[in-house]
Design a binder for this molecule. Structure first.
Ligand code: GLA
Length: 409
């Protein structure tokens, strides 16, 4: 269970292991603050994005699915306005107090900041908080672009929430967690990852409109599997490169809006409008805008292709998205390109592209049921030879969003 690359443990085994660890902690701290209730269990999934990359912060469309790579927290509420959390994977215990939480006071520069940031953002949103002592484990590989941070934020939001207090809907809760990451942790991400982790639906992808924070669940075809291939090169969500892309898009909006009244985001710009304003934009900004303006159309076309089971269209749309991210948005990497090249040559692989922020991380693949192992074999046989890096292959399924774990587990 400590290796996020191995298969998922069963829910029952996972719940039992966490409870045992939590009980052991409680035993050794009998003098500690009194628990106020029985041990509880919450979970939140990571996500993979099928298509719609870098569109979220341009108020566009995205199509992620919450996946069965999850963070679970077993915890005991207590009366103290404090959190103490042990990460099994990190083999570390960290804590923070609610009092004095503020972005500038970010204490730790570690994983606990995602929990503390969520507490801060919840309080800012007027939500009451409860303190707890907890133990967490994770099967979301860290630094792979599968949103372990968003999963930690969403799992924390459930543990921190006072039972019975009104809970914002998934979109609003995602916006609170995004604020934690933007303001408290200092990563200027969009809303997609938190939204997918909050609102996921088993067997479905989510078509999220990031302009209005609303979503529609889109069924995944039962005869296609999702396979995630990890390049083993950490996604360098090198805040700098990500933020540079964001400001290039913002500059595009500013320059286009000077001539086109009513444009407030790239969501408002179509291809014709981009073409008639191209001469006003620095060349690099025009290319960034071109990716965004076309990617929204690919999201809608992918939703239709999933509905119609149109394999040829899925393959073409994923390939076009990958090429655009490589050539226009420039966030792919030689490792991601190699992984896609290996995948698309495997019979039964319908569609393949990089997923997430880029600069490393994972590819997402839609694969005919039964061809998953052929893809795994091809990746294991060829990828390391080409890149010198060890790949990992995860066959994933779409799951429900964050929440309490049924205590029968
Ligand atoms: C990261 C960010 C998301 C989104 C993607 C790119 O995952 O956290 O908000 O911008 O990159 O699509």
């Amino acid at each position: 269970m400590t290796d996020a690359h191995t298969a998922n443990p069963s829910a029952t085994a996972r719940a039992a292991a966490l409870r045992t660890r939590l009980e052991a902690l409680s035993d050794t701290s009998a003098s500690g603050p009194k628990a106020t209730g029985p041990a509880q269990l919450v979970r939140a999934p990571g996500r993979v994005n099928l298509i719609g990359e870098h569109t979220d912060y341009n108020e566009g469309l995205v199509l992620p699915a919450a996946i069965d790579r999850e963070i679970w927290i077993a915890f005991q509420p207590w009366k103290r306005p404090e959190v103490e959390l042990t990460s099994i994977e990190m083999n570390e215990t960290k804590s923070f107090a609610f009092e004095g939480l503020a972005p500038g006071a970010r204490a730790d520069r570690s994983w606990i900041d995602y929990v503390a940031g969520t507490a801060w953002a919840m309080r800012e949103a007027g939500l009451p908080l409860r303190g707890f002592r907890g133990v967490m484990n994770s099967t979301v590989p860290v630094g792979s672009g599968l949103s372990s941070s968003a999963a930690l934020e969403m799992a924390s939001s459930w543990a921190l929430a006072v039972p019975g207090a009104p809970r914002p809907d998934a979109g609003a809760m995602a916006a609170i967690a995004q604020r934690a990451e933007n303001r408290y942790v200092g990563v200027n991400c969009g809303i997609m990852d938190q939204f997918a982790s909050a609102a996921g639906r088993a067997g479905h992808a989510l078509l999220i409109d990031c302009r209005i924070n609303q979503f529609k669940a889109t069924p995944m075809p039962a005869d296609l599997s999702m396979v995630v291939c990890n390049t083993g090169s950490p996604h360098r969500l090198d805040a700098t490169a990500y933020n540079t892309r964001r400001s290039e898009c913002e500059l595009g909006v500013k320059l286009i809006a000077e001539r086109e009244p009513g444009v407030t985001a790239l969501r408002d710009v179509d291809e014709a409008m981009l073409e008639r304003n191209r001469d006003r934009l620095p060349e690099i900004v025009a290319r960034r805008c071109e990716h965004i303006v076309q990617e929204d159309g690919r999201v809608m076309a992918t939703v239709a292709a999933l509905r119609d089971g149109d394999r040829e269209a899925l393959g073409r749309l994923f390939a076009a998205s990958h090429a655009s991210l490589r050539d226009l948005y420039e966030v792919s990497s030689p490792e991601l390109d190699a992984m896609v090249e290996i995948a698309v040559a495997v019979p039964g692989v319908v569609a393949s592209r990089m997923t997430g922020a880029g600069f490393g991380g994972c590819t997402v693949n839609l694969v005919e049921q039964g061809a998953e192992e052929a893809l795994r074999d091809a990746v294991l046989a060829q990828y390391q030879k080409r890149t010198g890096l060890e790949p990992h292959v995860y066959i994933v399924t779409a799951v429900d969003g964050a929440g309490e774990v049924n205590q029968g587990a």
